[in-house]
Write a protein that binds this ligand. Sequence first.
Ligand code: HEC
Length: 145
Amino acid sequence: MKYLVLVLSIFIFFSCKQNEETQETAKQEKIVYDMYEPSEMANLMNQMYAHNLKVKNDILAGNVPSEFPLDFLKIHSAEMSEFKERNAVFQSFSELFIEAEKEIYNTESTVPLEERFNKTVNLCISCHQTECTGPIPRIKKLLIK
Ligand code: HEC
């Protein structure tokens, strides 16, 4: 039963946790489980996911996305779950990601729109590979094939 609770809480809340943290006791995991609330960053990420899904569908429908969502800039400041920290790698990935996302809305770009979009999604994935691998399969679905 302890094992089940542990697995369940890791699965639900610690999709971003790395292996070393799974050694915490089942008791501790349960406490976190009870207090769980999505971080500001987690909410922003879900918003970015939904927005980019819409952009993907717009592109596939032949529409040109018109406005860079300014909310995305919160990636530089949003509070993260307690086990996450803003290190140099995170900073540089968030900058690269924001630059790429802005390019989607650059009507003067000579790079095909689909390519710009996929570049952005690949940056979501690159950052996630460094510290939060859980959502990667979901993010991959955003790629335009
Ligand atoms: C600079 C690094 C970085 C970039 C770029 C990034 N993410 Fe994330 N993502 C994170 C981190 C860190 C978390 C964990 C946040 C937390 O738990 O506080 C996260 C969490 C998530 C989650 C899980 C949210 C939840 O409910 O727990 C999803 C989904 C997600 N990101 C999708 C995306 C998508 C889609 C993109 C691109 C449009 C993206 N991410 C770009 C670092 C990044």
